[in-house]
Design a protein around this ligand. Structure first.
Ligand code: RB5
Length: 147
């Protein structure tokens, strides 16, 4: 079954989101883009909310959120039940966020990472799986977890 990926950004992440979409298309990875559609100013929590709802209610497995730093998106996303959002600026963290933390949302800073690095971070996020075991026990200790 193909991965269902939900992607969104605010204005600060719009340009990087568009680059990531090209990268996903090249890799034949299916995604839905939930906006924003331009560099006009919007509020990032609205877009974090849409992607988290797509995961929690509409069967999307993973999300990618891009804002200026990735920080606002990750804070907003992590307020949603069942969401484990990881703000990553390097490939190692991105890989481990899947393997150890079972992160289901990757947050990126469009003003922090360049396009090529961002694409590698995305690849590490999508190419790795949760290892379970002791990591699952730890995740079950998160407050308000859905696991
Ligand atoms: C918008 O200017 C900026 O604050 C936002 O993109 C993000 O970086 C917030 O964390």
């Amino acid at each position: 079954m193909p991965l269902k990926i939900a992607i969104a950004s605010d204005h600060g992440g719009y340009e990087l989101k568009e680059k990531i979409k090209l990268h996903l298309n090249k890799r034949n990875i299916e995604f839905s883009d939930f906006g924003t559609e331009s560099i006009n100013s919007v509020n990032y929590p609205d877009y974090a909310h849409i992607v988290c709802e797509a995961i929690n209610k509409d069967g999307y497995k993973l999300g990618i959120l891009v804002c200026g730093t990735g920080i606002g998106m990750s804070i907003a996303a992590n307020k949603h039940k069942g969401i484990r959002a990881a703000c990553c600026s390097d490939t190692y963290s991105s890989r481990l966020s899947r393997m150890h933390n079972d992160a289901n949302v990757l947050c990126l800073g469009g003003r922090v990472v360049g396009d090529a690095l961002a694409n590698d971070i995305v690849d590490q996020f999508l190419n790795n799986e949760f290892e379970g075991g002791r990591h699952a026990d730890r995740i079950s200790m998160y407050p308000d977890t859905d696991r």
